[in-house]
Design a protein around this ligand. Structure first.
Ligand SMILES: NC(=O)c1ccc[n+]([C@@H]2O[C@H](COP(=O)([O-])OP(=O)(O)OC[C@H]3O[C@@H](n4cnc5c(N)ncnc54)[C@H](O)[C@@H]3O)[C@@H](O)[C@H]2O)c1
Length: 341
């Protein structure tokens, strides 16, 4: 069978991770093209990966009938237009998270893929992380009894970019780092989130507090699920000590812990009795294999004609939960999703 010909649209930080995967290592696929309006990004991708077809305008790429699938890794505001146009052209679609700016856009994207019979996989790579998959299997096998509480945290090391301080546009850490945790909570709980109460504060950037009084760099969220389970999320940016992602599941008969963060496996013990090991400092490193596995899974879903493990519905629900979380934080109240009541 001929390989699935992939075009990566948007070759920045995350786009190049996918492009590298498709350039080598994903069975049954080949990196056929890239598209990016930035000359620098195109040159970098071509120099590193030797891509045959290079486009400045994604519309032209989508018109090429030899492209079977697109991987959409542009800034989020463009996801809707690219995904709908690609689906209309019969291309299978992988779309990075957050899926889009609003639930209405997510619904349009899902409808376009459904109508045209094309796959739509969302970039929740944690669903492909081996340790998290083991944890999910342990839950399914009843190893900890019934799930009672799912806790997940993500903290990033880097200084916020200036555009992030307006949380009504960027959502702040709830959107930047916690959309993954919110997806993990739904995945492990096997139920939808009914309510969220979020609280936060600006602890590390006092210099922007006057101009951006709503900016928060740290947030906690307390959640309930439709079936009564409980959830806890914490998120933070600019923690400086490293990239930290951990999950704990409490059951009626045990608990599961996922999340060791060493960058290397060596440990140094000095004469002072202190134990030292290098801390992981980037999501690109911590989830490297998870990205490879999600890229392989996208091709497998196309070839086997199966539903992807992270769907458009998962993307839409994450957008809904991020919106609920921010609303709760800004209005200091519990926000309830009663759409299923
Ligand atoms: N799954 C994850 O954990 C994860 C991690 C990082 C980023 N992301 C998501 O991936 C997307 C990209 O983020 P990033 O950090 O790589 O951003 P980035 O700024 O590093 O890269 C974006 C790239 O898109 C290009 N671009 C802009 N307009 C374009 C257009 N019209 N057509 C094609 N390309 C265009 C830019 O030139 C740039 O090269 C965002 O939706 C982001 O939220 C997901």
């Amino acid at each position: 069978m001929a390989p699935i010909q992939v075009c990566v649209i948007g070759c920045g930080r995350a786009g190049m991770i996918h492009a590298r995967d498709y350039a080598g290592g994903v069975r049954g696929a080949r990196l056929y093209a890239i598209a990016d309006p930035s000359e620098q990004a195109r040159e970098n991708a071509q120099a590193e990966l030797g891509v045959e077809h290079v486009y400045a305008d994604w519309h032209e790429a989508i018109e090429n009938p030899k492209i079977d699938a697109v991987v959409v890794v542009t800034p989020t505001a463009m996801h809707r237009d690219i995904v709908v146009t690609a689906a209309e052209a019969g291309k299978h679609v992988f779309c990075e998270k957050p899926m889009a700016a609003s639930e209405a856009e997510c619904e349009e994207m899902i409808a376009a893929c459904d109508k045209n019979g094309t796959k739509l996989q969302l970039g929740f790579m944690r669903r492909f992380d081996e340790s998290l998959q083991h944890a999910r299997r342990a839950i399914d096998e009843g190893q900890i009894g019934d799930v009672v509480l799912v806790k997940s945290l993500t903290r990033g090391p880097s200084h916020p970019k200036p555009w992030m301080y307006n949380v009504r546009e960027s959502y702040g850490p709830i959107g930047e780092v916690n959309s993954h945790d919110l997806d993990t909570l739904r995945w492990f709980a096997g139920s939808e989130v009914r309510s969220i109460f979020a609280q936060g504060g600006n602890f590390r950037s006092p210099e922007v507090a006057d101009e951006f009084p709503e900016w928060y760099d740290t947030v906690t969220m307390s959640l309930t699920f439709d079936d009564g389970k409980l959830g806890l999320v914490d998120g933070a940016q600019y923690v400086q000590y490293g990239y930290d992602a951990r999950v704990e599941v409490l059951g009626t008969e045990g608990s599961i812990l996922v999340g060791q963060q060493p960058r290397e496996t060596f440990v140094v013990t000095g004469s002072d009795g202190q134990v030292r090991r290098p801390m992981n400092n980037s999501w690109t490193y911590l989830f490297r294999e998870a990205y490879q596995r999600e890229d392989q899974a996208f091709i497998d879903a196309i070839v086997r004609d199966e539903e992807p493990a992270a769907t458009g519905h998962d993307g839409l629900m994450a957008v809904r939960l991020v919106n609920m979380g921010l609303q709760s934080l800004l209005e200091n109240r519990v926000v309830v999703d009663d759409s299923r009541a």
